[in-house]
Design a protein around this ligand. Structure first.
Ligand SMILES: Cc1ncc(COP(=O)(O)O)c(C=O)c1O
Length: 394
């Protein structure tokens, strides 16, 4: 059977290659320290798990979810309240909030909902892969805006040629940023809104990491900027803030017309979110938030141990102000290797898995990403192993 051309156009999914390498190493008896995938290692908060168990016993919750159902309405209200508390942004729960089966699902469907074959989507590169893969799968035209360390990994919107802007229908942004850990301030968002005004481009901001911030940094919402709501939406998820990655629940808020079209698209594809998971999500958003602070503390400790440790063994690396990722250039000694080659070497030689920068697009070449999803002791062990790699090989 021949797969569809749209699938052939997708870049190689490097995580699949990495999985294969990890599997091979484990078969050789290696205890792989996996800092590759951004999958949180901690459990969801206890009160959220308890709510899920309780709600799973309610027969009504086993039916298909319906947009006009009771839990569905309460979840949209809980999201709107959370947004107001968190960002001071007021949302109409009926029209400006749309729960998702994880934000990845919504991001992919957004491209499907809006892109025709001759529409361009502007995507900063490197990026979380679904930002560009969703565009390719939908049959749209991808225009990468390179983002570089020297400019704080922020896109230079003025660099996009006029003809490209004219054909653009969609733009993705995401700060705090995966994979680079870069952050932005309100001034950047104000600039984005000013740039996008009157251009008829949907600006989709992915705010997945708003809660995972350090050193006093506070992540703003694009919707805090006056006028943003005329053409912007913002994605969010419970995967990271509440360690609910496998539960598949996220949401998107903002422009009501955009959400209506996205919701229409989804209605042909899915049946919504398991109601017990929706009840649990309400508990997460409305319940005590100390669990979030505790999680950030844990990631901060891991970040400090890893980055201080890397610098101590001569691998110059900066501390990110947000996310649970550490994005760093391949050490000088191995700089002749491509990111995938270096990541392969790390798994093969020392059993430490990291994500090759090119897994996030061509402008990730020369970098690797560490995900802080292993305990401090394991990170320390990884550092010892990395030290041998930096010393022994030439
Ligand atoms: C930037 C970004 N957006 C979206 C997602 C997907 O989140 P979800 O689990 O809600 O689909 C991730 C997951 O790593 C991410 O890093």
């Amino acid at each position: 059977m021949q797969e569809a051309n749209r699938l052939k156009r997708l870049p190689l999914y490097l995580f699949t290659i990495l999985d294969e390498l990890k599997k091979r190493a484990r078969e050789r008896g290696v205890d792989v320290i996996d800092l590759g995938m951004g999958s949180p290692d901690q459990p969801a908060p206890k009160h959220v798990i308890e709510k899920l168990c309780e709600a799973a016993h309610v027969t009504e919750n086993h039916r298909y979810s319906r947009a006009d159902g009771d839990v569905e309405r309460r979840l949209r209200e809980a999201i709107a309240n959370w947004y107001f508390k968190r960002f001071g942004v007021q949302l109409d729960p009926g029209t400006e909030v749309l729960p998702l089966i994880g934000s990845k699902e919504g991001i992919a469907h957004l491209s499907l909902a809006f892109l025709n074959n001759d529409d361009i989507a502007l995507v900063p590169n490197p990026a979380y892969p679904v930002h560009f893969n969703g565009v390719i799968m939908a049959g749209g035209i991808l225009y990468n805006i390179p983002i570089v360390q020297e400019k704080g990994f922020l896109p230079d919107l003025e660099s996009v040629p006029k003809e490209v802007v004219k054909m653009a229908k969609l733009m993705f942004l995401s700060y705090p940023h995966n994979p680079t850990g870069a952050v932005c301030d309100m001034r950047f968002f104000e600039h984005v809104v000013k740039w996008a005004e009157g251009k008829n481009i949907i600006v989709a901001h992915d705010l997945t990491y708003s809660d995972i911030v350090y050193d006093g940094y506070k992540a703003p919402s694009l919707l805090q900027v006056k006028g943003a709501r005329n053409f912007s939406i913002e994605f969010h998820t419970l995967s990271k803030s509440y360690n609910m990655a496998g539960w598949r629940i996220g949401f998107v808020v903002g422009n009501a017309d955009i959400l209506k079209t996205l919701s229409k698209t989804k209605s042909y594809v899915d049946f919504g979110i398991f109601r017990a998971v929706q009840e649990a999500a309400i508990a997460a958003l409305e319940g005590p938030q100390e669990c979030v602070a505790d999680m950030v503390k844990l990631y901060k400790e891991r970040r400090d141990v890893l980055v201080d440790g890397l610098n101590a063994i001569g691998w110059k690396t900066e501390k990110p102000k947000a996310t649970f990722y550490v994005w760093t250039r391949i050490p000088h000694k191995y700089s002749a290797l491509a990111a995938l080659e270096f990541a392969t070497l790390m798994v093969d030689e020392i059993g430490v898995a990291v994500a090759p920068g090119t897994g996030f697009g061509e402008y990730g070449e020369g970098y690797v990403r560490f995900a802080l999803v292993e305990p401090v002791e394991r990170i320390k062990t990884a550092l010892q192993k990395i030290k041998t790699l930096l010393e022994v090989k030439s």
